[in-house]
Design a protein around this ligand. Structure first.
Ligand code: C5P
Length: 214
């Protein structure tokens, strides 16, 4: 059996972007390397947790000891996350596309009649759904990538989505795809400011913080 502070715990992590197909060759997506989410999954597993990592399309190796479920769209991610319950904690790091469109089976051609109109439909909010589930994990953590008024937005997001913690990160610099991150942890107790550090270290500290809370 696994050893460590999180031995016997099951933790759900979502990571990466989702891709919403427009046609067989095009899609709508958010910018996300998946690095921070994969690092968190690995750090939780290193503390002995059983980790289910629901991953959107990314080019990353599965961290040791992590069970990975690959998905493409937000709706697939929502289904895989729900199927992973029950869990002791959920860490929703994925950059889920907010909208999808009705994909066509054939490639849309440039026909000289101008660009096609895309009708967008809102995707399910996976974090809010998990936070409101009858089998809600005791600890639900969301992320907030913001470019301004970060803390205010994170506090509002925490309430709106029913999360216990929001990890706010400022993505106005070179955080996207980079190896460092600068985060602030928003909880019911207040806001903790963490120094800028490598994403692996953010992950290790967050995993310890989760172990403290469970
Ligand atoms: O609303 P916003 O996208 O800024 O919220 C970010 C948080 O919500 C992240 O934890 C993200 O994983 C989660 N989220 C989600 N499903 C969505 C949109 C966001 O789980 N459709």
């Amino acid at each position: 059996p696994a050893q460590g502070r999180l031995a016997g715990r099951h933790i759900l992590v979502t990571a990466g972007p989702t891709h919403e197909p427009i046609d067989p060759v095009r899609y709508i997506a958010n910018r996300s390397s998946g690095k921070q989410g994969f690092a968190i999954a690995g750090a939780l597993a290193a503390l002995g947790a059983r980790v289910t990592l629901v991953a959107g399309p990314v080019a990353l190796a599965t961290p040791p000891g992590v069970t990975r479920v690959d998905v493409e769209t937000a709706r697939e991610m929502a289904a895989a996350a729900a199927a992973a319950l029950p869990a002791d904690a959920a860490v929703m790091v994925a950059a889920v596309a907010d909208w999808r469109t009705e994909a066509t089976g054939q490639k849309i051609k440039k026909d000289g009649k101008g660009p096609p109109m895309l009708t967008l439909t809102e995707n399910p909010d996976i974090l809010a759904t998990i936070a409101g589930d009858a089998r809600r994990p005791p600890l639900v953590i969301g992320f907030a990538a913001e470019t301004g008024d970060m803390i205010e937005h994170a506090i509002a997001k925490r309430a709106r989505k029913g999360a216990d913690w929001i990890v706010a990160n400022d993505v106005s610099g070179d955080v996207m795809g980079g190896d460092d991150n600068s985060v602030h942890i928003v909880t019911a107790q207040g806001v903790e400011h963490w120094d800028r550090m490598p994403k692996d270290q953010v992950a290790a500290r967050l995993a310890e913080r989760i172990a403290d809370a469970l």
